[in-house]
Structure formats: structure tokens, C-alpha cells
Design a protein around this ligand. Structure first.
Ligand code: FNR
Length: 381
């Protein structure tokens, strides 16, 4: 991380900006409007999306002095592994839209390999998840499941993820139907319906068996089939089935209520993922960071992953101070992908980590245990 800081001091201007506001402005200027709308947009008038980021301003940290924080340890233990840092790349569907060559998923995986920051790979991948896993190199990845209505298809996706070496299955609960997203709805060529979106499905044997003709020979039928099978409504009764599909750790994404966290753990979830999908699914909700403390309190020793609204290193440290085990970066890395592919996304992750690391130094927090002990205070403004 020092490399970015010292390059800046030496007057080298980075290709991709180091702060979120400049990054977003540059991505907005570079991307076609439909793609920008898809990445940047949220639900309704985007009140909850704005709240997600703004609410971090209401949480503050208190520095400690006379502590030797010359060396910081940002590593975490998760699912029996030691990971070098407490951040990960949140699952983003159709990452292929971010890069000119349509292989944004592979670029994200390469960013993961470059930084050691794990990628949670979305089901909605432009590249087969096996190819994405291979591009991650030695860095561990996790697979995010959008559970199809068709159970054998869901099982096939999970078994492929296991075989490809993903280390956990992240089941997203809040998106069996897509939220009201005006920026997508106002654009005629809604990107999710473009044929090239579906390579991960097209390479799935169970999905192919559902089609009369191979997907390339009848693309509209393949897209219809995909849309028809998307989005099983999951209930607590499905937990035994989810559990039976895999021996990998299961993470439930979208848990925001303390009671839901408790129930998930009682029914065998290995980790809770507190997130409101970056404000893309439901508008009018409480900022995700404001829901985190209650979820942490009811999760005991079970790891809690968090995302929604993280824009900087200080946001990461605040989420860790409030009890998150690991913190997900969503839109920021997609803008990095858009501006400079794998290197751009890696740069964004490194900047966020560099700021978090430096903040821990000046605040006198040498370890993540110290961060958690210090906590964060809800301020009255
Ligand atoms: C997402 N998110 C998401 N989540 C998921 O579980 N599967 C998916 O395929 C996607 N796809 C997706 C696409 C795009 C363009 C975005 C921006 C987000 C949600 C994502 O994992 C995460 O929860 C949010 O991005 C976090 O909010 P911020 O940091 O982007 O504000």
C-alpha cells in the first residue's frame, strides 16, 4: 500500500483516482449511460442507497495515543483460512459490462489474484465460474448463488463451484425478484437481457439439457429459459435442502434483522452477511451500517460479513469496529474495472486498504482486535 502513497508524494498521478468521488466521476464519464445506470443505480429514488454511504458519517472513532502501531496486522481468520486483509469483493452480476472485452469477471478475478482480496463470484457471470476461479490464482474465492427455481440446476451450480475450488457458498436471499430500478427500467436495452450475459448458464449441463437447441442456436429461447428459472423464493424450510447441497460453509447474504441472524445460525448457517444489496433491492430502508450492530450482537461468535455503502478505508475500519469480520466492496471496484480492467480494480482495493491501514496507524490500533475494542460511537448529527 505504501507504493501508492509514496508514488503520490513523488508526484506520480495515478491512472485511476485514489478517492471514491473522483473515481465515480471518471467512471461516469467513461461508461455508456446504460452501463453506468446499471452499476451506479439503485432502487426507487435511491434514498436507501444514499443513506448507506451517508450513515458512515454518523459513526466516529476515537484515537488512542502512546501505542506502538508501527506494524499493523490486518489479517483475518475465516472458514479455517487466514486471509491477508479484512476486505473482499462483493458479488456483482454481469461484470462483463464493465470492460470493453466483455470479460469483466475474469478481470475481477485477476484483481483478486493481484491483491489477495477474495472475490465472491456471482451466479450471473459472463464467464463460466470455472474460468473465473482459474484466474484467481492462489487467492481463495467464494461462490454466490442466486438460487434457481429448478433445484437440479441450483445443485449443478453449487457442485460446479465446489469442483472449481470455491471455498464457501454465499446464498443471496433478497433477490428472488429484482427491485424497482428506474435507471434500468428507463433504458430500452436493459443490459441483463443481453444474450452474452449468460455464459455461466450456457456452460451448465443441467441448463443446457432444459433447452431444445444449444443456446447459441436459439439465443432468445435460452434467455427466456434463464429468465423463467431465475429466482426461487427461499424460506427457512429450505435450509435443510441448502445444507444438504454442500459441505462448504454456507453464508446467508441479505440478513439485516437480529432475529433472522439468530434463526439462520440455529438452522446451520456458517456465517451471516449483513447487506441491503447496496440499496438496489428495497428503497426506504435503514442504512446497512446502522443495522450491523444488532446483527453482530445476535450472531455470537459466528462471522458477520458486511457490505453496502463502503467507499473508503475509514468506512472499512468503522464497519470492523462495529463488529464485522470482513467488509465487502461493491460499486467502487466495478468503477476500477471500467477504468483500467484488472489493474484498475486492484488499484481501488489497494487504495481502500492503504487508507484503512494508515488510519489504524494514526489511531493507535495495531490489530483488528484493537479496532473492535475501540468500537465506534453513534454521533448525534
Ligand atoms: C450487485 N450486487 C449483487 N449481489 C449479489 O448477491 N449478486 C449479484 O449478482 C449482485 N449483482 C450486483 C450488480 C451490481 C452492478 C451491483 C452494484 C451490486 C450487490 C453487491 O453484492 C453488494 O451487496 C453491493 O454492491 C454493496 O453496496 P455498494 O458497496 O455497491 O454500495
Amino acid at each position: 500500500q505504501n507504493e501508492i502513497y509514496f508514488a503520490g508524494l513523488a508526484g506520480v498521478v495515478p491512472t485511476v483516482p485514489v478517492d471514491f468521488a473522483s473515481l465515480e466521476a471518471r467512471a461516469a464519464a467513461a461508461l455508456p449511460p446504460s452501463v453506468l445506470g446499471y452499476l451506479q443505480g439503485g432502487c426507487g429514488d435511491e434514498f436507501t442507497q444514499r443513506q448507506n454511504a451517508d450513515a458512515f458519517r454518523h459513526w466516529g472513532m476515537t484515537p488512542r495515543m502512546m501505542v506502538d502501531a508501527t506494524r499493523r496486522d490486518l489479517s483475518i481468520d475465516l472458514f479455517g483460512m487466514t486471509l491477508p486483509s479484512p476486505i473482499f469483493m462483493s458479488p456483482v452480476g454481469i461484470n462483463g459490462l464493465c470492460t470493453q472485452d466483455g470479460h469483466g469477471d475474469l478481470a475481477a478475478a485477476r484483481a483478486s489474484a493481484l491483491t489477495g482480496v477474495p472475490l465472491i463470484q456471482s451466479t450471473l457471470s459472463n464467464d463460466p465460474i470455472e474460468d473465473v476461479a482459474a484466474a484467481m490464482g492462489d487467492t481463495s474465492g467464494f461462490f454466490q448463488l442466486y438460487t434457481p427455481k429448478d433445484k437440479p440446476l441450483a445443485e449443478s451450480l453449487v457442485h460446479r463451484a465446489e469442483a472449481a475450488g470455491y471455498k464457501a457458498i454465499v446464498v443471496t436471499l433478497d433477490t428472488w425478484v429484482t427491485g424497482w430500478r428506474p435507471r434500468d427500467l428507463n433504458v430500452a436495452n436493459f443490459p441483463q437481457l443481453r444474450g452474452h450475459v449468460l455464459e455461466n448458464y450456457f456452460s451448465d449441463p443441467v441448463f443446457r439439457a432444459m433447452l431444445a437447441k444449444p443456446p447459441r442456436e436459439d439465443l432468445p429461447a435460452a434467455v427466456r429459459q434463464w429468465a423463467g428459472t431465475f429466482g426461487k423464493v427461499l424460506t427457512w424450510d429450505d435450509m435443510p435442502w441448502l445444507r444438504s447441497m454442500t459441505k462448504l460453509p454456507i453464508v446467508l447474504k441479505g440478513i439485516c434483522h437480529a432475529d433472522d441472524a439468530r434463526r439462520a445460525i440455529d438452522l446451520g448457517a456458517d456465517a451471516i452477511y449483513c447487506s441491503n444489496h447496496g440499496g438496489r433491492q428495497a428503497n426506504g430502508g435503514i442504512a446497512a451500517i446502522d443495522m450491523l450492530p444488532a446483527v453482530v450482537a445476535s450472531s455470537g461468535t459466528v462471522p458477520v460479513l458486511f457490505d453496502s455503502g463502503i467507499r473508503s478505508g475509514s468506512d472499512v475500519v468503522k464497519a470492523l469496529a462495529l463488529g464485522a469480520t470482513a467488509v465487502g466492496i461493491g460499486r467502487p471496484y466495478t468503477y476500477g474495472l471500467a477504468l483500467d480492467g484488472a489493474n484498475g480494480a486492484a488499484h481501488v482495493l489497494k487504495c481502500i486498504l492503504a487508507e484503512a491501514d494508515l488510519l489504524m496507524a494514526v489511531n493507535g490500533y495495531p490489530t483488528l482486535a484493537a479496532v473492535r475494542e475501540a468500537g465506534a460511537t453513534r454521533m448525534g448529527y
